[in-house]
Design a protein around this ligand. Structure first.
Ligand code: HEC
Length: 133
């Protein structure tokens, strides 16, 4: 009960503060944790790519391959591991615990809030910022 109340409070504070996503933070996290597979440019050509059977996704084309809309919910779920695909044999590591921290919410294009953690929200903001046509 108390925790739920606090979450609601945190959400309201967040909503009041606007979109608290930091693409710069996300860029740093990406270079540290994701570039080995996805590449420094996020195009899927990291040093690990050669040894992976399933190739890392080109993360600069997420919008282009999703009918022009950045797939916010899918990307957040892929990173924090809630997407069931991740726990069923994808080489993409599950980062939910690793990036656990302060909860936050990000907005899907529909306007619906998606709950995740601050680092995941920052990563999503970064990925959104590097989309190519
Ligand atoms: C060990 C290699 C590896 C690392 C490290 C890695 N990924 Fe991945 N990732 C993959 C592979 C391989 C795929 C494609 C297969 C799949 O979708 O499961 C993928 C898929 C994805 C997708 C799904 C794209 C889509 O079309 O929905 C996203 C988003 C993603 N990675 C983001 C990240 C982020 C952010 C990080 C760092 C926090 C990261 N990845 C770290 C290997 C990796």
């Amino acid at each position: 009960m108390l925790k739920q109340g606090l979450n609601t409070l945190a959400f309201l504070l967040w909503a009041g503060a606007g979109m608290a996503q930091d693409a710069k933070e996300g860029a740093g996290l990406f270079q540290d944790h994701c570039a080995t597979c996805h590449g420094i440019e996020a195009t899927g050509q990291g040093p690990m790519a050669g040894v992976l059977v399933i190739k890392p996704t080109n993360l600069t084309r997420l919008t282009a391959t999703n009918n022009g809309a950045f797939p916010t919910a899918r990307v957040a779920a892929r990173i924090d591991g809630r997407d069931p695909l991740v726990s069923h044999g994808s080489p993409m590591p599950v980062y939910g615990d690793f990036f656990e921290g302060v909860d936050t919410a990000i907005k899907a294009p529909s306007g619906q809030p998606i709950m995740t953690s601050v680092p995941v929200a920052d990563l999503v903001a970064y990925l959104k910022s590097i989309q190519l046509e």
